[in-house]
Design a protein around this ligand. Structure first.
Ligand SMILES: [Zn+2]
Length: 472
């Protein structure tokens, strides 16, 4: 273990620099070419065998080291978010001149992917030193944000021979990621009508925009009659042009439908399609429905959660100096009371009325509690195929919301780097425990079979849906 301490100390500057570089690149879904390349080159230099273009996705890859023993996979991400470009360290929302385009790392995936990479090479170092056997894998997973990269990878079978998968997510507190997440389906509804002069010959026109509006009204009535934990969101992606005096011949709306279980999301999607067909009938338009992407609900694995929790406790509190505390406090001061309440409420028993600038400890894990995180992740699809475990690790001022400019601004801070290293150490310690005690892997796999109730994984993206970047 001492050797591993030295390894982390020695390699931390290199990994922090890698995360900073990926932060600066801020590449969007399926366009993470340079970020993926940085990971691939560094893993190849560490002796990993790199397979590019996994599942036919140019920014997805797999890197493996070792040739026998259990397959232990670390899942890494590196995609950014559109519209969140931000100057590093700024305490106000200030778009950066250094960041190309308008993207920014508003979900901390530059830290996520680098820490998982760090854990993979640390596990390799441990295996080399101990002589123990395992196949260490790093999956470079693109397009978590709005692209379901892992779900497309899962559809291609790339996780099928994995024994156990580990990952984490940066946040503003530290705990086991013990919530389930919602399944989702995203689809485009493209309405086709007939253009005409809106004043001279309106009777000859058929408005595709009317169809979009009626579809949205119909779906808003549907909300009353759907499960209370389901969610439906939409964005009008083509309103049919800028001229009110032309009846809009084409209009398009993008829907994101979420529900607790895959089958519920599929049922709700069917009802939303019926509303669209109804809107087309009402307006004498035609509708094309294009399935875009989907992901599953997350399956928790209590066996692995308990191993991870023990390692989080063993790793101990995050220690940050007064300077980092002060800086975190200044970021926290930019948040609203509601932002802070949203994070503080579930942690009330730990916080005892105090709202820290930095959450240094570990929130308790109770296997009996089943909570839903009202969001979705494509890690869920991996969790149906192989036992999967995730941690939340504090990298930002306590209360910092996801997808905010504050998250982007803090992405290269000392606190972000400290959290990234802490996550890597915990993931490595968890993996070592699983190598030392293979019965835990067997137990985690038995638990997964039980949760699936004997059913195989069914990818929620049908086989004939092309990869998003291949569509015309
Ligand atoms: Zn994220």
């Amino acid at each position: 273990m001492e050797q591993l301490q030295e390894f982390f100390t020695r390699e931390t500057p290199r990994m922090a620099a890698l995360a900073d570089q990926i932060w600066s690149l801020a590449e969007l879904r399926y366009a993470e070419t340079a970020s993926a390349r940085l990971h691939m080159d560094a893993l190849a230099a560490s002796g990993f065998r790199v397979t590019p273009d996994v599942a036919g996705i140019p920014t997805a890859f797999m890197a493996e080291w070792g040739d026998s023993g259990p397959v232990i996979a670390f899942l890494g991400e590196y995609d950014a978010l559109s519209g969140l470009n931000q100057q590093s360290g700024a305490l106000v929302c200030t778009p950066s001149v250094d960041s190309p385009g308008l993207a920014g790392h508003g979900c901390g995936h530059h830290l996520l992917g680098t820490s998982a990479h760090f854990a993979a090479v640390a596990l390799q170092a441990h295996l080399l030193a101990s002589g123990q056997k395992a196949r260490v894998r790093y999956y470079g997973c693109p397009a978590e944000e709005g692209g379901s990269g892992k779900t497309f990878m899962a559809r291609a079978g790339v996780f099928d021979d994995v024994d156990v998968a580990l990952t984490w997510h940066p946040g503003s507190f530290t705990s086991v990621f013990s919530q389930t997440t919602l399944a989702n389906i995203q689809a485009k509804f493209i309405f086709h009508g007939k253009a005409s002069h809106a004043a001279h010959s309106p009777h000859l026109g058929r408005s595709a925009l009317d169809a979009v509006e009626l579809m949205n009204v119909g779906v808003n009535y549907l909300r009353e009659h759907m499960p209370s934990d389901a969610r439906v969101h939409y964005a009008v992606t083509d309103s049919g042009g800028l001229s009110p005096n032309v009846v809009q011949a084409r209009a398009e709306v993008l829907y994101l439908i979420r529900a607790a279980q895959n089958h519920e999301a599929a049922e709700l999607y069917e009802r939303v399609q019926n509303v669209a067909r109804g809107a087309a009938l009402m307006t004498d338009c035609k509708v094309d429905i294009v399935f875009d992407k989907a992901c599953s609900n997350l399956l928790q694995n209590r066996t692995l959660n308990q191993v991870l929790y023990a390692k989080l406790l063993a790793e101990g509190a995050l220690t940050v100096d007064a300077g980092e505390q002060g800086q975190a406090g200044r970021f926290q001061a930019t948040l609203s009371k509601n932002d802070l309440d949203a994070v503080s409420r579930p942690l009330a028993s730990v916080l005892r009325g105090q709202v820290p600038a930095v959450f240094e400890g570990v929130a308790p894990y109770d296997p009996a509690v089943n909570e839903i995180l009202f969001g979705s992740t494509d890690v869920a699809d991996v969790s149906w195929i192989t036992p999967t475990v995730q941690a939340w690790v504090a990298c930002y001022a306590f209360g910092t919301p996801m997808h905010s400019w504050q998250m982007v601004s803090q992405g290269q801070s000392a606190l972000a780097h400290a959290g990234m290293v802490r996550a890597a150490r915990v993931l490595t310690a968890t993996a070592i425990e699983l190598v030392n005690r293979p019965e835990l892997i067997a137990q985690a796999q038995a638990e997964l079979l039980e949760r699936r109730q004997g059913k195989p994984y069914e990818c929620p993206i049908p086989g004939d849906v092309p990869l998003p970047f291949l569509r015309t």
